[in-house]
Design a protein around this ligand. Structure first.
Ligand SMILES: *Cc1c(COP(=O)(O)O)cnc(C)c1O
Length: 432
């Protein structure tokens, strides 16, 4: 299988190079040249499987041409070692709980897979690989924990100072070992820009091997397609369903669209935003106007220029009409998000995190117009990761799972930098 760039479909690059490079040299994003289509029988076979088993079959379909079967099975089983259960919140409306991994957010799926795949591809190299990752919260913890202790790999996590919750911060600033956290005096978009600039810096990349663990890396977003199949497999046969996807950089949505091309039966995708509604506006008007992000209580969705948007355009051949047939846009203010967390909790006892809450609310609206459909919203993180805002709404304490609480007592260690590329470059040079 080869991979092309969204900026140039003539580019042909192998899996190893695409995963190590992260971003194509022309700034495009890598896409698989063919998307395998599953047989009806394979799909039906998923009905009795949990996520780990489904993942082994699907990783074989996506990456099997490039990695020996036993190696790929090992990588997949080590990475995807937890399930993603579907929980009925009210009649016809389900939460797909993606937070049962080690850092309690869906990003564990892609980050753990990428870490192991990269470890496999770089085994024979005699120099360290440097993973650069910009985070608005959950990516940093998933990537840092996914790569912790992987030999030959050093991870540099950039995050906006004050832009992540205290518990999120603890999850990637306390690890030490091969993980360094950089506290940037700026926004998430600044962090993302610094990372992109480093990749474009030929003088720097001539000296050190840099790679990305953001969802621009195909080995991160493609495995996220696995849990869409797991969701479908838990429904009654014949159910017509739509997915409601709380979105920021649109990696999760892109994975869902790839799953659809692989043969996943799905009616529609709801593209859900917070105040950072560039895609919702695009879906309404056909105009894409990126702009600086605004901080909200659903901070992992605070993205003003989603990096995977080009992949979505590419999947639909840049055809706006076609995109709007499959994607329906929604966006919510912080007050609406708070309101819905409180309402769902009161009505059903189910506690949403601020991101999942946007997904729930959009799913509920869409079901009002399409009562014959079943709604699945992606519950992208455990509510305890956002306990400050959640507790304020429901007026009671949120139970913090043990594996999250364990981070709280450790000491934060960071390198502070200004959102200035020269300073970031200086830091990187000292790591070499
Ligand atoms: C990253 C994240 C999102 C946004 O996902 P994208 O793939 O970037 O669109 C939503 N919710 C949570 C909790 C996240 O961590």
């Amino acid at each position: 299988m080869h991979y092309y760039s969204t900026s140039n479909r003539e580019v042909k690059i192998g899996l190893k190079e695409a995963v190590i490079k992260g971003l194509a040299p022309d700034r495009g994003l890598f896409m698989p040249s063919t998307i395998p289509v599953l047989t009806r029988k394979t799909l039906e076979g998923f009905r009795n499987m949990e996520l780990p088993g489904i993942a082994v079959t699907l990783s074989q379909a996506l990456f099997g041409e490039d990695i020996p079967e036993s190696e790929l099975k090992k990588i997949t089983e080590e990475a995807i070692n937890f399930d993603t259960p579907l929980v009925e919140v009210e009649e016809g409306l389900y939460a797909l709980e993606l937070f049962h991994g080690p850092t309690l957010a869906f990003k564990d799926v892609g980050a753990r897979f990428l870490a192991r795949l990269l470890g496999y591809f770089t085994k024979e190299l005699d120099e360290d690989i440097h993973v650069l990752v910009a985070t608005s919260g959950d990516t940093g913890s998933a990537v840092a924990n996914g790569f912790l202790g992987v030999e030959g790999i050093r991870v540099h996590v950039l995050y906006p100072s004050g832009g992540v919750t205290p518990l999120q911060e603890k999850q990637f600033t306390t690890l030490g070992n091969n993980i360094t956290a950089l506290e940037v005096e700026g926004s998430f978009d600044d962090c993302q820009r610094l990372v992109k600039e480093a990749f474009m810096d030929e003088e720097l990349t001539g000296h050190m091997t840099l790679t990305s663990a953001n969802s621009i890396n195909l080995a991160r977003f493609l495995p996220q397609s696995f849990y869409y199949f797991r969701a479908w497999a838990q429904l009654e046969p014949g159910t017509k369903a739509f997915f409601s996807v709380p979105s920021g950089n649109y990696g999760n949505m892109t994975a869902g669209l790839v799953a659809r091309e692989m043969g996943l039966p799905v009616h529609t995708f709801l593209s859900v935003n917070n105040l950072n509604d560039v895609v919702a506006s695009y879906l309404l008007t056909g105009k894409y106007n990126p702009r600086p992000s605004t901080p909200t209580i659903a901070n992992a969705m605070d993205v003003g220029d989603p990096s995977n948007f080009d992949r979505i355009l590419d999947l639909f051949n840049q055809n706006y009409e076609w995109i709007t047939q499959h994607l329906v846009g929604y966006s919510y203010t912080d007050n609406e998000i708070r309101e819905v967390i409180g309402q769902v909790f009161k009505k059903t006892g189910y506690l949403c995190d601020p991101h999942g809450a946007t997904g729930y609310r959009a799913a509920q609206s869409y079901r009002k117009e399409h009562p014959e459909l079943t709604g699945i919203f992606l519950e992208t993180a455990h509510p305890a990761k956002f306990r400050e805002s959640v507790e304020e709404v429901i007026g009671e304490a949120v139970e913090v799972p043990e594996r999250l609480a364990a981070f709280a007592d450790k000491e934060k260690q960071v390198v502070r930098i200004q959102p200035d590329y020269k300073e970031f470059r200086q830091y990187l040079r000292t790591c070499h």
